[in-house]
Write a protein that binds this ligand. Structure first.
Ligand code: MRU
Length: 346
């Protein structure tokens, strides 16, 4: 994607360093973060300097490659095995992270060079698959469509293009008139901060809506379709995605609004029988209690926005049962969210 005329990927590797767009600074500042070791890359994933299923998958693959590059000769295998555990412990829900670490670990058993090549391959595949998702998803978008999306499943959440936003980029490219309702996506506001920034950057008409506006918008006939991303898809088609997705899916069904999930097949966990088996990450209550923004002088500030002394609960994802999902847009085509169709993909 282009930012101020220059083409960027969300994450990439140069030498033994991993570079990434610092998503904690967006939309206020565009800054590149360098992670010199696998420890640094783990820190970046945990603190969400890099976030989004595909982007953390690619970063985790690079982190595994960094571990092979940095392992001391006298303790080589202990070091890389510990690194694998550390990387896998950063964030539990997104399937792409585990998929990437496993692939690079396997390649690294052959040679360090193979580990690096495999990590790069995963990033390239992520960008290629996201592009295909855009092409397939574009077929579903009619001229004049008003689309609602939740969280950020754009190019920042992947290596390039994104998933839920990729069909929107392709629709725009094919000159369809579209309009996007962007759920703010509390507590971290990935919609209000990142999706809105991406769409503004791509000159796509949009408006940010409060998280609790979905039922009103749909009841008024203001939304033609909803497209969201996914962090892990179970074998039966249940989908884990950013907290708040499930209630949007229920509302969409109530008002007859088609509800699509866009995700590469690398997000499908064929060993996971149903959504009940998906681990939901619980994050710090501070993400609910505090908000970060800029003041009138453009200084970045973090302030308390809740009643002082109250505690908060912060489950980062929820699971939408397959029965609420109209279709899953993958790089291999659009499928129904059921066991038979999912099995055919593998
Ligand atoms: O917690 P995040 O920001 O890493 O959340 C993951 C996501 O980006 C969303 O759930 C998204 O909708 C899934 S597609 C990347």
């Amino acid at each position: 994607m282009k930012v101020k005329g220059k083409v960027y990927r969300t994450v990439w590797m140069e030498g033994s360093s991993v570079f990434m767009i610092d998503q904690n600074m967006l939309p206020f500042e565009f800054r590149i973060h360098e992670a010199k070791t696998y420890f640094d890359t783990c820190f970046a994933i945990t603190t969400m300097i890099i976030r989004g299923a595909g982007a953390i998958g690619a970063a985790a693959g690079y982190a595994m490659a960094q571990a092979f590059l940095g392992a001391p000769e006298n303790d080589y295998w202990n070091y890389v095995e510990q690194a694998k555990e550390d990387i896998e412990a950063t964030r539990p829900t997104a399937r792409n992270l585990f998929y990437a670490v496993e692939r690079v670990f396997k390649a690294g058993k052959v040679s360090v060079e193979d580990a690096v090549v495999e990590a790069r391959k995963i990033a390239d595949e992520d960008a290629r698959d996201s592009r295909k998702i855009g092409e397939f998803g574009n077929e579903l978008i009619k001229d004049g469509s008003r689309i609602e999306t939740h969280c950020n499943a754009g190019w920042l959440a992947f290596v390039d293009y994104g998933t839920a936003l990729s069909p929107i980029y392709f629709a725009r490219k094919s000159r369809k008139k579209i309009f996007v309702y962007v759920d703010e996506t509390r507590p971290r506001s990935q919609g209000a901060r990142l999706t809105a920034w991406e769409l503004k950057n791509g000159r796509i008409p949009h408006v940010i809506v409060p998280d609790n506006a979905g039922a009103y918008l749909m009841s008024q006939g203001m939304v033609d379709m909803m497209i969201v991303g996914a962090d892990r898809i179970a074998k039966n088609g249940d989908v884990a995605n950013k907290i708040g997705t499930f209630e949007k899916a229920i509302i969409a069904k109530e008002f007859g609004v088609p509800f699509y999930v866009a995700a590469p097949t690398s997000t499908i966990d064929i060993k996971c029988k149903s959504g009940k088996n998906i681990i939901i990450e619980n994050r710090s209550e501070d993400e609910v209690l505090y908000q970060t923004g800029i003041d009138k002088n453009n200084n970045i500030e973090t302030i308390l926005v809740c009643s002082p002394g109250s505690k908060a609960l912060n489950p980062a994802f929820d699971v939408t049962p397959a029965k609420y999902i109209t279709g899953i847009i993958t790089e291999k085509g659009i499928i129904k969210p059921d066991r038979v169709e999912i099995k055919k993909l593998f």
